[in-house]
Write a protein that binds this ligand. Structure first.
Ligand SMILES: Nc1ncnc2c1ncn2[C@@H]1O[C@H](COP(=O)(O)OP(=O)(O)OP(=O)(O)O)[C@@H](O)[C@H]1O
Length: 303
């Protein structure tokens, strides 16, 4: 079976500037995939190429075995561009029905499909409104509804929750989770906690280069240390020296005073988590959470 996405030496240059520089990777269908990287890393450019909006300068990008932009992919990919544009003269229902017709739906099926995705995004009440009458968050949800039309196998979401209030952001995350068994989502966001909750894999782009591709929470081959992350209820710097004395602890970082990231050799001490709990109890240090592994932020940025 073909990979869901396969890029080989993909490059996109704008004049002398390489927005993507010779990147190669392969992704299989499955749980959501995070695309992360600082501003200007090339995330939107990669989405644009995969969705068929932007031509690559060189290299190859295939989806489900077909070159990006090829007619075989119509209706099989959905995309939420960073700045989705809609026709201000049409109602939301007309707009989405029109897009469904472009995907090959007949008139009445197109209407039903538009209504289905609007319902999915809890937008049924706005079907008769024009896009100009909607708030930023609602526009975003319309754009996501558009990306879900035709039940595509791959949905590319460029910053789907940016600028949304917490409740709407949560609704979108819930929709993504609910649809993830049938559809593979690739999601870019600057909210690493959100991606960590939603995604199983991460692609990390920086200055047009692919710096990492790995499964979230899984140790990489180069990594010899295991990690425990402890969130304390109140800041406590004194406990650090006690933790350092536990067997096999080789690294400890205190972040913002209340989060401890402990690096240790788990084959030397497989019960460090239990010893840590005892130590915290002994010193009457309350904690909110202890997790195995590092946060996505630490996995990406901690040296
Ligand atoms: N149409 C364009 N013309 C010239 N340069 C462009 C164009 N589009 C993107 N770039 C440049 O390509 C690089 C990658 O941009 P891109 O928008 O893909 O980054 P990004 O990772 O999505 O950033 P952000 O997180 O800020 O959205 C940037 O240096 C950007 O200035």
């Amino acid at each position: 079976m073909s990979a869901l996405i396969e890029c080989q030496n993909l490059t996109k240059a704008y004049g002398n500037k390489k927005a993507l520089n010779n990147i190669s990777f392969e992704i299989q269908s499955g749980q959501p995939i995070a695309l992360v990287g600082p501003n200007g890393a090339g995330k939107s450019t990669l989405f644009g190429i995969l969705a068929g909006y932007i031509p690559a300068t060189s290299g190859e990008a295939k989806i489900l075995g077909h070159n990006v932009g090829s007619p075989e992919l119509i209706g099989r990919i959905g995309a939420l561009p960073q700045d989705a544009l809609f026709n201000p003269n049409l109602t939301i229902q007309q707009q989405l029905s029109f897009l469904a017709r472009l995907q090959g739906f007949g008139r009445s099926k197109a209407f039903k499909e538009a209504a289905r995705v609007l319902e999915l995004m809890q937008l049924a009440d706005t079907a008769k409104e024009k896009i100009t009458a909607l708030s930023h968050g609602m526009k975003k949800r319309v754009a996501i509804a558009q990306a879900l039309m035709g039940e595509p196998e791959l949905v590319l979401l460029d910053e789907p929750t940016a600028g949304l209030d917490p409740e709407n952001a949560r609704n979108i995350r819930q929709q993504v989770m609910a649809l993830s068994d049938e559809t593979t989502f690739v999601i870019s966001s600057h909210n690493l906690e959100e991606l960590e909750r939603l995604c199983e894999q991460v692609l990390y782009l920086d200055q047009g280069e692919l710096k990492a591709q790995h499964i979230i929470g899984q140790q990489t081959e180069q990594q010899t240390l295991s990690y425990l992350t402890v969130r304390l209820v109140v800041k406590n710097t004194a406990i650090v020296s006690n933790i350092k004395q536990l067997t096999a602890v080789s690294q400890i970082e205190l972040k913002q005073g209340d989060e401890l990231v402990i690096g240790y050799n788990s084959s030397e001490n497989p019960i460090l988590d239990q010893q840590l709990l005892q130590l915290l109890a002994q010193h009457k240090v309350p904690y909110r959470q202890i997790t195995h592994g590092q946060s996505l932020e630490d996995q990406l940025f901690m040296k």
